[in-house]
Ligand binder design. Structure first.
Ligand SMILES: [Zn+2]
Length: 91
């Protein structure tokens, strides 16, 4: 008997195909929603601040930080706590 949805859970490797479609897309055309003010726009319309270690993208409406991307010797780091959601259109 199935007790709840967790009974259908797989490990994260099963999501590889779906995530590949998200991370291989041109993210500048994706739509992102600001968690602070709720505005929605293309990632390419955000304000870009080039930092020595990477990228900071701010909301073009309220200037909240939506995305930080940093490259270090240990890998690429992506932080999007200021974004409510990201929508990548199907190709
Ligand atoms: Zn905003």
């Amino acid at each position: 008997m199935i007790e709840n949805d967790l009974d259908f859970a797989l490990d994260g490797n099963a999501a590889a195909g779906a995530l590949r479609e998200v991370f291989a897309a041109d993210v500048t055309t994706a739509h992102i929603q600001c968690d602070a003010c709720g505005s929605v726009g293309a990632v390419g319309s955000l304000r870009y601040y080039a930092a020595p270690m990477g990228v900071v993208l701010r909301c073009s409406n309220c200037a909240a930080i939506l995305l930080r991307a940093v490259q270090t010797p240990h890998g690429h780091w992506l932080e999007m706590r200021g974004a409510r959601r990201l929508r990548v259109a199907p190709t």
